[in-house]
Design a protein around this ligand. Structure first.
Ligand code: C2E
Ligand code: MG
Ligand code: MG
Length: 573
């Protein structure tokens, strides 16, 4: 009797309800859940709980689930997206809790699912109001800042460029003075919407105030790729605009700058550069664009990293590799070293990769330098091997390098020059984002490298848009957790939970995890507590010239503080 009332309530509830098995399968679902997801009951039962989650929400989803199962929390409550059967996206609020038996053994999960699409729409609207310019509906300064940050991160990771364009109307003040503010406002609105039409999806147009605008073009192959958008902006701003009886015609001056540059620059600097270039365009006669010359600007400040100079450095053997140890904190074994390039510049001293690699990121030169790094590492491996030292070396591989059609052939032939090398001595680190750009190709690659006994690891994990679906498809055995997670773990409990979740997932996916950026003993202890034993960081050993590696190993073995860290028990499940 009670059972049937319960069943009826469950079935007819005005909210989505489900029972879940502990391995994440739908065991029982009600009618409302079918409505929300667009699947019928049988279809839903054949899918996993996460099977209908939007790929971008899978990581957070899995992390919460991990904490439930490892009993760090008893329930969670999140907002996420489902992909409906029709392919549409629906926002839902999902509350999940686990039911335990009296002995404390987890039995099953209960999920409550609420369609929150409408509420989400409303909050998106509010977001738009605070992030948009009231007059034109374009992005405002605040949103522009966010968009630029985002664009710069993506560009860095993908090896693409971003253009930042500062646009100032020519002769707008005269219109305002002559016809008044109302006309001026209408003109701004009309021009704004025309400019907006000329942009591609994903590009940003913001109003800075007055008659100043900023456009951000994403995902450019090179500096030339922005040219069509610039001419379009010039052309639409110089077409006449009809306002009532009036026909008004202006023009615009544009200043352009690109990211990345040889030196790391931030969003504010980019805006200043574009503004400065816009001023040059005005001086040169208006109705044109002027490109900021980063190189000349840098030269003016006395720096000399140019393509030519880097090419020369390669010829003159000015590059060196430093090696940073990777250890197992529990067994205290040194499991390998990472080769990190440095430029021993004759006048400027030792330069770090950030000071010269960005300049050649999209240039063939990075492939040549990459070849040199691999060759150098193989030479070092052979030398160590002759001394009876077995210390695998990992080298970083750039996106450009991996996209070369003959990358594998070249790797194969250089490996052939070192026939005595033990298998699995060489490891390639690829950035998460470059790996996920073309999953199938990278997956093929990994398989082929496997045949050469060359291993792979995924670098800076967590900085890109890693979806678990992708990671599952990519047979990369080792994942390096980005230092930002490790750095922040001592500051904030939330970061510990995130790390805990990532580690749990990686265990499920049978991946080896190594933590980067272990700067102190305390970081080491916290990681040991979570069961993460492989680590790399300044607190263990800084990148060092090759002759310092053997004495470092000696010191590491005797280090009393780290011997004590080795004893920290793992409490996480
Ligand atoms: P990565 O591969 O993630 O290398 C780790 C970076 O973190 C290194 O910086 C290392 O010195 C630094 N690091 C290590 N432990 C700590 C720590 O505890 N705290 C902090 N704050 N930093 C730590 P580095 O040598 O400046 O290299 C930066 C990046 O440049 C590397 O990041 C890698 O992506 C790239 N890179 C370095 N060498 C090469 C190379 O030969 N080829 C290519 N394509 N890229 C390279
Ligand atoms: Mg690396
Ligand atoms: Mg890294």
């Amino acid at each position: 009797m009670h059972e049937s009332i319960y069943q009826e309530t469950f079935e007819n509830a005005a909210i989505g309800l489900a029972h879940l098995s502990l391995d994440g399968k739908w065991v029982r679902v009600n009618r409302k859940l079918c409505d929300i997801t667009g699947y019928d009951r049988q279809e839903l039962l054949a899918l996993s709980f996460q099977g209908i989650t939007h790929p971008e929400d899978q990581l957070q989803d899995a992390m919460h689930l991990a904490q439930l199962v490892s009993r760090r929390t008893r329930s969670y409550d999140i907002e996420k997206r489902y992909i409906r059967k029709s392919g549409d996206v629906v926002w839902v609020r999902v509350q999940v809790s686990v039911v335990f038996d009296p002995e404390g053994v987890a039995q099953f999960g209960i999920a409550v699912v609420q369609d929150i699409s409408e509420k989400k729409q409303a909050s998106l609207l509010i977001e738009r109001m605070t992030y948009s310019d009231q007059l034109t509906g374009l992005a405002n300064r605040a949103l522009l800042g966010d968009r630029m940050q985002q664009a710069m991160t993506v560009a860095r990771r993908r090896g693409r460029m971003v253009a930042v364009v500062f646009l100032d109307l020519d002769g707008f003040k005269a219109v305002n003075d002559l016809h008044g503010h109302v006309v001026g406002d209408l003109l701004l609105r009309a021009l704004a919407s025309r400019m907006k039409e000329g942009l591609r999806d994903g590009d940003t147009l913001a109003r800075m105030g007055g008659d100043e605008f900023v456009a951000v073009f994403l995902d450019l192959q090179d500096t030339q790729a922005g040219a069509p958008m610039l001419s379009r902006l010039l052309s639409v701003t110089s077409q006449p605009v009809k306002i009532g009886e009036l026909s008004l015609q202006l023009s615009a001056s544009l200043g352009v700058t690109f990211y990345p540059q040889a030196e790391e620059v931030d969003a504010d600097q980019l805006l200043r550069q574009a503004d400065q270039a816009m001023y040059q365009a005005k001086l040169a006669g208006k109705n044109r664009f002027h490109v900021f010359d980063a190189e000349r600007d840098r030269d003016a400040r006395g720096h000399h990293a140019s393509l030519e100079r880097i090419r020369l450095a390669l010829q003159n053997r000015e590059f060196v590799l430093h090696y940073q140890p990777k250890v197992n904190m529990r067994t205290r074994a040194v499991v390998g070293v990472e080769a990190l390039i440095r430029w021993a510049h004759p006048t400027e001293g030792l330069l770090s990769p950030a000071q010269f690699l960005p300049l050649i990121e999209n240039h063939r030169l990075i492939v040549e330098i990459g070849d040199w790094v691999i060759y150098q590492a193989l030479t070092q491996l052979t030398l160590w091997q002759a001394e009876g030292v077995h210390l695998p070396i990992s080298v970083n591989v750039s996106a450009m390098q991996i996209q070369q059609a003959d990358f594998l052939d070249r790797l194969q032939s250089v490996m052939a020059a070192f026939p005595t090398l033990q298998p699995h001595s060489l490891q390639l680190e690829i950035l998460e984002t470059s790996a996920l750009d073309d999953i199938d190709q990278v997956a093929r690659f990994i398989a082929q490298c496997d045949a050469l006994s060359v291993d792979f690891s995924l670098d800076d994990f967590g900085t890109g848009y890693s979806s678990l679906t992708y990671l599952k498809r990519l047979p990369i055995p080792i994942v390096k957790i980005d230092q930002s997670f490790v750095r922040d773990m001592l500051k904030d409990r939330d970061n510990v939970h995130i790390l805990d979740g990532i580690l749990w997932i990686m265990r499920q996916l049978r991946r080896t995890v190594i933590a980067e950026g272990v700067e102190t003993l305390e970081h080491g202890r916290a990681l040991m507590d979570l069961g993460c034993e492989l680590a790399q960081g300044y607190g263990i050993g800084r990148p060092m010239p090759v002759d310092q590696v053997p004495p470092w190993i000696q010191r590491w073995q005797d280090d009393a503080d780290w011997q004590e860290v080795a004893l920290v028990p793992r409490t996480a499940i």
